[in-house]
Write a protein that binds this ligand. Structure first.
Ligand SMILES: [Zn+2]
Ligand SMILES: [Zn+2]
Length: 270
């Protein structure tokens, strides 16, 4: 299995999940909150044509995730997998827009696994201010991956959930001191750090100290705030947590825009 990160953060998110071989090869788009052209260009750098994907998955109804999921699904003639309540009438992924573009909506329920080609997908309900918001577990090719961003608390990310995981994409949104001393107005600071906001570096590190499995081969910190975080702070915090568990794994940061391949092969950043 391979996770290919194309965009991460509040200015837009997009990733690909690929698994299987030959006629069983399956490619899924996970969120699309960036321009179609940017998504296409980045995907082609990763040898993927977005017109030939098998499905599009939606985490939640914020525009940095949902803005282009419907047009991308329409172009690929692929179904859009989304929780019914994530298709907000006020969002770009509204039921009206889905009908207008003749996209097939495949509804999923929290915690109910489903199969798309060779990939088993389990939606995991997260605490965030677009309700519902989901992270996902992916299982394919004898490997297990988790993708969890946009969550104000980490209570869903239990040792049981992460058990046996090979690849983990985990939100590490902000440094609390930078947030407190930064330029965000108080109401926005409250939103970001609140239980329905985003995971801080320290909260991500707590997940790792409590639940990082020793099977983990790649850890990608994602959805970093541009104003209230730095890669160095996020990496340092997570690394300290991994070392406390005796793990020598080097965490990486998802690029705001760019191709980062996550698989059992050696890391290559294009
Ligand atoms: Zn987001
Ligand atoms: Zn969000």
């Amino acid at each position: 299995m391979e996770i290919i990160l194309l965009a991460s953060g509040s200015s837009g998110n997009c990733a690909l999940i690929r698994a299987g071989h030959g006629s069983e090869r399956t490619t899924l788009i996970l969120d699309a909150g960036i321009a179609m052209r940017t998504a296409r260009d980045l995907a082609s750098q990763a040898d993927c044509n977005l017109a030939f994907v098998d499905g599009v998955l939606l985490t939640h109804a914020h525009s940095d995730h949902c803005a282009k999921v419907v047009p991308l699904a329409a172009r690929a003639k692929a179904p859009l997998w989304a929780h019914p309540d994530s298709l907000s009438p006020r969002s770009a992924a509204s039921p009206k827009e889905i009908a207008r573009r003749s996209v097939v909506h495949k509804p999923f329920e929290s915690g109910q696994a489903f199969q798309v080609g060779s990939i088993q997908v389990t939606p995991v309900l997260l605490n965030h201010d677009a309700h519902p918001t989901h992270g996902f577990l992916f299982e394919a090719d004898g490997e297990k991956a988790g993708f969890f961003t946009d969550t104000g608390t980490a209570e869903a990310l239990t040792p049981d959930l992460l058990h046996g995981m090979d690849f983990l994409v985990l939100e590490s949104n902000h440094d609390p001191d930078m947030l407190r001393n930064g330029r965000y107005p108080p109401f926005l600071q409250e939103r970001v750090r609140g239980d329905l906001g985003h995971l801080s570096n320290q909260q991500a590190a707590d997940v790792l100290s409590e639940a990082a499995p020793n099977t983990l081969r790649r850890l990608i910190l994602a959805h970093l705030s541009e104003r209230n975080n730095t890669s160095e702070l996020a990496l340092q915090c997570s690394m300290t947590a991994l070392r406390s568990r005796g793990m020598t794994l080097m965490p990486e940061v998802a690029p705001k825009r760019g191709v980062l391949r996550v698989s059992s092969e050696l890391p290559i950043e294009l």
